[in-house]
Ligand binder design. Structure first.
Ligand SMILES: [Zn+2]
Ligand SMILES: [Zn+2]
Length: 371
């Protein structure tokens, strides 16, 4: 049969028109999906190995924001599971659970989220999804109420007779800047996800962070004085809470995940698109996390290698402090491992002593912190 007349054939199958480019190669939609899936499944292959060692499939928890990155990860893993189920000898390397933290418990209610959540649970009907509000952090991290009371200081009055939802809202309302709010929300979200993973008996949480996002998190972490917890917030490994964190999308950039979504019709209706980047928003109203994500997204397209290097370097970080060092009860970061950046330094400025056990990063976000 004569070869098809192709204007620009896909470099992999050479049998279809190439429709997108990445890393100096051009692909048809199917080959691009295969390329991206392969990157992820290579990272997931360690769980098959683990299954052999421990004698059962390790339990994994995937926190799903319903945005592009975590949805692509879910799609790829679901495809892997379906392929296995179709075989005579089924060998799925892991047991997958999903958690969605209801954003209406953090931001203003969004009906789009409810619809998308319903559509996702229908589209992946063989998988298990749980949706929790952010204030269920009090349920899954039992000492969190005391930690927050102590952390927030004497000016924050906690009313124990009120609901968890009310108490979290009151705590968040006491925090003044966008950066501190976003910073503490992400600390609480991480604690909720880790606490929920523990309650399910999961070995590992697999996060849907692209290498672009990991680079942004690395730079923002340093800017916010949270360099000490970078070891597990951007690199694969054990957290202080007895559950490991893993980042299987770390070999793919955010634009590549957007390209994946673009050629994957199953994802077209079940992903909440990113808010468009508006130039009209005043920079001072953005949190450091948002600023860094913008920076990495705009510069990352020009300097892809540099951004990939940031997250790759961060993945090689190892904690230099011993396991006996005090950990911050709120975020789990080391308290005094950076000379001059310990919680004590900040506590001295605010004339109270109790706060010295929290890390520098958390102290900066404290309600009415003056530093
Ligand atoms: Zn192809
Ligand atoms: Zn902390």
């Amino acid at each position: 049969m004569p070869a098809k007349e192709l204007v620009r054939p896909c470099m992999d199958c050479k049998d279809a028109e190439a429709i997108l480019d990445t890393r100096k190669r051009h692909y048809c939609g199917e080959c691009f999906k295969a390329f991206a899936s392969h990157k992820v499944l290579m990272r997931m292959s360690k769980y098959k190995q683990m299954k052999k060692t421990i004698g059962q499939a390790p339990k994994l928890l995937l926190p799903l924001s319903l945005g592009v990155s975590s949805s692509v990860l879910l799609h790829i893993l679901n495809g892997d599971i379906e392929r296995q189920l179709a075989k005579t000898f089924v060998n799925i390397g892991y047991e997958l659970n999903m958690i969605v933290v209801d954003p209406s418990t953090i931001l203003t209610p969004d009906t789009k989220h409810d619809q998308v959540y319903e559509a996702v649970t229908k589209a992946f009907s063989k998988l298990t999804f749980t949706r929790l509000p952010l204030h269920s952090v009090f349920e899954y991290v039992p000492d969190m109420k005391e930690i927050i009371q102590e952390y927030a200081g004497p000016r924050y009055i906690d009313d124990e007779s009120r609901s968890d939802e009310y108490r979290l809202t009151a705590f968040r309302a006491a925090i003044s800047t966008a950066t501190s709010k976003a910073d503490l929300d992400s600390v609480l979200l991480t604690r909720l996800v880790a606490g929920y993973a523990k309650s399910l008996g999961c070995e590992t949480v697999i996060w849907g962070d692209s290498d672009t996002r990991l680079a942004a998190k690395t730079l923002a972490g340093v800017a916010k004085g949270r360099g000490a917890s970078l070891t597990w917030s951007v690199s694969d490994g054990m957290t202080p809470w007895g559950v490991a964190f893993d980042f299987p999308l770390r070999d793919l950039s955010k634009p590549e995940l957007e390209q994946f979504k673009g050629v994957c019709k199953e994802l077209s209706d079940i992903v909440i698109p990113d808010e468009p980047v508006s130039d009209n928003v005043l920079t001072k109203n953005l949190s450091i996390d948002e600023l860094m994500m913008r920076y990495v997204r705009t510069q990352g397209e020009k300097y892809r290698g540099v951004m990939a290097n940031v997250s790759r370097t961060a993945n090689k970080l190892e904690s230099t402090t011993g396991s006996d060092d005090a950990l911050c009860p709120l975020c789990g970061g080391h308290v005094g491992n950076v000379k001059g950046n310990s919680g004590v330094t900040v506590a001295n400025q605010s004339s109270d002593n109790y706060s010295s056990k929290f890390c520098y990063g958390c102290m900066r976000s404290r309600p009415e912190a003056t530093c």
